[in-house]
Ligand binder design. Structure first.
Ligand code: GAR
Length: 198
């Protein structure tokens, strides 16, 4: 019997990775159910994508809570309500705090647009261009309390061409992410499933 992992996808912006993951689930390429979108910017385009895909969402404004512990407690209530097993960060531009980390220990992954540990934090693509590296890429890693510091699961390198601009490099990175994230999640969930059977 195969059990589909129930995932919550966290995003803050356009949500092209959210879309790629939701599409892969629908196409049967990723054995997971996108049970919930969690978004910390209620006006973000990703909320429209969730609505169009008929995926429930929880959109909140961090400013309307006293602190991170309070809004993460609210997030956990929503995750419980939708029976979420695993959290997938996809352009969620906020550090995960101890409240959520301890509730989902070892069950939160992130995608970052660089070959970590190079260029952590904000604007990894701009940082890579500024530095002048010839090779950058994408990293998928488990989330810990640091900024893009958790154990690395998978990486893919991408060449930076002499004429690459921010726009062309971002496009290349997104194209890789949209295939690489669902594929890596599928591998991760199948390993998890085998471990559960044994
Ligand atoms: C993605 O490129 C993702 O790697 C990056 O944000 C973008 C979101 O795009 N994440 C980070 O920089 C995390 N530190 P999307 O909203 O179109 O999926």
């Amino acid at each position: 019997m195969t059990t589909r992992t129930r995932i919550a996808i966290f995003a803050s912006g356009s949500g092209s990775n959210f879309q790629a993951i939701a599409d892969a689930c629908r196409a049967g390429e990723l054995d997971a159910t996108p049970a919930l979108l969690v978004c910390d910017r209620p006006g973000a385009y990703v909320v429209e994508r969730a609505t169009a895909a008929d995926i429930p969402y929880f959109a909140f404004s961090p400013k309307s809570y006293h602190n991170k512990e309070e809004f993460e407690t609210h997030i956990i209530q929503e995750l419980t309500r939708y029976e979420v097993d695993f959290i997938v960060l996809a352009g969620y531009m906020r550090l995960i705090g101890p409240t959520l980390l301890s509730a989902f220990k070892g069950r939160i992954v992130n995608i970052h647009p660089s070959l970590l540990p190079a260029f952590p934090g904000l604007d990894a693509v701009g940082q890579a261009l500024e530095y002048g590296v010839k090779l950058t890429g994408v990293t998928i890693h488990f989330v810990d309390e640091g900024m893009d510091t958790g154990p690395i699961i998978a990486q893919k390198a991408i060449e930076v061409g002499a004429f690459d601009t921010r726009e062309t490099l971002e496009k290349k990175i997104h194209e890789v992410e949209h295939l690489f994230y669902p594929k890596t999640l599928q591998q991760l969930f199948s390993v998890k499933g085998e471990a559960a059977i044994r």
